[in-house]
Design a binder for this molecule. Structure first.
Ligand SMILES: [Zn+2]
Length: 265
């Protein structure tokens, strides 16, 4: 997919290159042969009820990890992004292949940054439901960390339905109801929250992002994923992965579906 402005979504520079959304080395750890992989995006109104305004779903034979987008420049891709990916790779490949390790705060930070970068790129599968803002992306580039407007969890996936890779993204947009009952339409504001749930092998991840503080606190109060470990904002304690609850397909579907709680006022 060609990014309309032709500018790198992280630094604003030119000379875009077609790059993998998901780190290329994942194929060494995840068997992607003869599987169907999905990524979904949908946009809902957030107005006390769900009104589906847009849905995009792509199901592809073959490897989701091969999905590419032309939204980043060569300098970003080969520079700071590649350094962030390399920092996360040792711990990520352990979790993806089902290893039961102790995950240090530093490793959690690297994982969170890697997931934040992939999530910011994966949103471009469907540009209608973009939530992460340009300033949040430049923050990732400047700090090599997820922005404070992100909440990231990871979990131990044991199901089959999301394997070997899956990514489901939902964008919720605030909508102001019409002043009088009648045919006039809801008015959409710029306030959004994005919820994404994904799987890579045995790693499940969940990202919520919103620059609108009331949405993020509503998420933190009502929709935190159960039986997943928060790695951003950082909790500064190691995670003993072997003692973390295991997530089935039912668990993970429920976790992603909890965004519906945000639509109830
Ligand atoms: Zn760039």
């Amino acid at each position: 997919m060609k990014h309309p402005s032709g500018q790198c979504v992280f630094c604003g520079g030119g000379r875009l290159t077609k790059e993998h959304i998901w780190s290329d080395w994942i194929r060494d750890f995840v068997n992607t042969n003869s599987h169907v992989q999905t990524s979904q995006s949908s946009l809902h109104n957030l107005a006390g009820r769900i009104a589906l305004t847009h849905e995009n779903s792509e199901t592809r034979m073959g490897a989701m990890h091969q999905r590419k987008v032309r939204i980043v420049c060569r300098r970003c891709n080969n520079g700071w992004m590649s350094a962030c990916v390399a920092a996360a790779k040792p711990v990520a490949k352990q979790i993806i292949s089902g290893g039961l390790i102790n995950i240090s705060p530093k490793e959690q930070e690297s994982l969170a940054t890697w997931i934040a970068i992939m999530h910011s790129m994966a949103e471009y599968i469907d540009t209608e439901s973009l939530v992460v803002s340009a300033s949040e992306r430049s923050q990732i580039m400047a700090t090599k960390l997820p922005p404070n407007s992100f909440v990231i969890h990871i979990g131990r996936y044991s199901g089959v339905g999301w394997r070997p890779m899956d990514y489901r993204h939902t964008a919720l947009t605030e909508a102001i109801p019409p002043p009088l009952p009648g045919p006039s339409a809801l008015r959409l504001t710029d306030n959004k929250i994005g919820i994404a749930t994904g799987v890579i092998g045995s790693l499940a991840f969940h990202v919520a992002s919103s620059t609108h503080a009331p949405f993020l606190s509503r998420f933190n109060n009502a929709c935190l994923p159960s039986n997943m470990e928060r790695i951003w904002p950082l909790r500064n304690r190691p995670i003993d992965w072997g003692t973390v609850a295991v997530l089935s397909d039912l668990d993970l579907g429920g976790i992603h579906g909890r965004f519906a709680d945000l639509t109830r006022s």
